[in-house]
Design a protein around this ligand. Structure first.
Ligand SMILES: [Fe+2]
Length: 417
């Protein structure tokens, strides 16, 4: 069936206000803003699938517009809810129920007629965005988007709820373990974020500022007191992180999903132990030479542990402690080095795209600084305008690494970690 184009398109400008939610102990009805407030634009909300119209309820013809949207988007059912603290029995308990994080298998469509309230929605990094809905706002949350609702301190909202023919708006709470794999949830992730298994900005990964001392490279190298670096700070430098529990018997399903969504076609497994690797002390010094690659460095730690050191914007080292269940991706062109720690043991899966370009290009080589991938990295993650450079020079380096097809695994390390 051919659908006619809509005449009333969602707006990307208007009076709607939204901001990053500051998770404090305050009542859910408070603003929960950071100071200074971190505003989120309507265009940013649109990027995560939130649709918005402002339809002035003081205009006597506003209902015509609502009817047009309903006809064009096939909303056949509706009702009006009117919530007031004074008239709703068990009000305080009820608003706690609205505030439980959930998804629906259909759009959530609300047109505010009077009063106000907050819709909290999750962004790509799984952070809460608070959307302040007031009279004349029509807001649509897509199926499969995690969200919650609360009244604000006015304790009053009157809203029209709109539904398609067969309303599927039962809340599926996030604390139910099946919700994350709900079909509509996965579709939402694919459509809006392009992947179903997104990198995490929280998790057990530890990182800290590296203290340059004469100690062995395998020591912690922390300052006193330690200066931790958060996962979001790593993400700003382009480091991606997943924690995939290797104790869970289905952990490889998650790895396979990431591989197919990020197009990693080749892999191998390296197993490094002091006892079994000839010239161990010499080899770990080689891994520890500062370098970049022309492709992502993707490591999934299966057992043991080690340190990835990466350069921040100021060219200082950050030490990232990788252990079993951590998947870490370093972007192409980021200076880094690797070392085992004092346990002298790591077993890791190395993943590669179709044509691995993971020859280390050492920083000591003057050509590396102007390598195309280095220049692109600096431009994207440091926001610095790149050096002018002939991109063909990047092709001068012969790839030395040999990658194996999916399935061939359990090889002993020969090349750089
Ligand atoms: Fe590397």
């Amino acid at each position: 069936m051919v659908q006619s184009a809509a005449t009333l398109l969602p707006q990307t400008i208007g009076p709607l206000k939204a901001w990053k939610f500051n998770p404090t102990d305050e009542d859910q009805r408070e603003l929960h803003q950071y100071s200074p407030n971190q505003e989120v634009t309507i265009a940013e909300l649109a990027q995560i699938g939130v649709l918005y119209w402002n339809i002035d309820v003081s205009d006597e013809k506003y209902e015509d517009k609502v009817e047009t949207i309903c006809a064009e988007r096939q909303y056949k059912n509706r009702d009006v809810i009117n919530i007031r603290r004074e008239t709703l029995p068990n009000y305080d308990q009820k608003i706690k129920t609205f505030f439980e994080e959930h998804i629906h298998e259909d759009e959530e469509i609300r047109f505010i007629l009077e009063g106000s309230g907050f819709f909290d929605v999750r962004n790509r990094n799984d952070e809460w965005i608070r959307v302040a809905a007031t009279a004349s706002d029509m807001i649509i949350l897509p199926a499969g988007m995690y969200h919650r609702f609360t009244l604000d301190t006015n304790n009053h909202i009157k809203a029209m709820r709109l539904f398609k023919e067969d309303p599927q708006w039962t809340p599926l709470n996030r604390d139910n373990p099946t919700t994350d794999s709900n079909k509509f949830r996965l579709e939402y992730l694919k459509n809006v974020h392009g992947a179903t298994v997104l990198p995490q900005i929280t998790g057990p990964l530890l990182a800290w500022r590296f203290n340059e001392t004469n100690e062995d490279q395998r020591e912690l190298h922390q300052f006193t007191p330690n200066q931790p670096v958060s996962i979001p700070e790593l993400a700003k430098l382009g480091v991606l992180y997943w924690n995939i529990d290797v104790q869970n018997e289905k952990f490889m399903d998650t790895v396979e999903t990431i591989c197919s969504e990020r197009k990693y076609k080749n892999r191998d497994v390296i197993n490094i132990r002091k006892e079994t690797l000839p010239n161990y002390d010499e080899k770990i010094k080689t891994f520890f030479e500062e370098h970049i690659h022309e492709d992502e460095e993707i490591r999934f730690i299966l057992d043991g542990s080690g340190y990835f050191d990466i350069r921040d914007k100021n060219d200082s080292w950050i030490r990232v402690a990788a252990k079993a269940s951590d998947m870490i991706i370093l972007p192409a062109g980021m200076y880094h080095r690797f070392t085992l720690d004092t346990s002298n043991y790591i077993k890791a899966m190395r993943l590669f795209k179709e044509d691995p370009q993971w020859t280390p290009l050492n920083r000591a080589d003057v050509a590396t600084q102007s390598n195309t991938f280095r220049v692109s990295y600096v431009k994207e993650f440091h926001g610095v305008s790149p050096l002018k450079r002939n991109s063909e020079e990047a092709g001068d380096v012969e790839p030395l690494g040999k990658a194996v097809k999916v399935g061939d695994a359990d090889q002993v390390a020969e090349a750089a970690v």
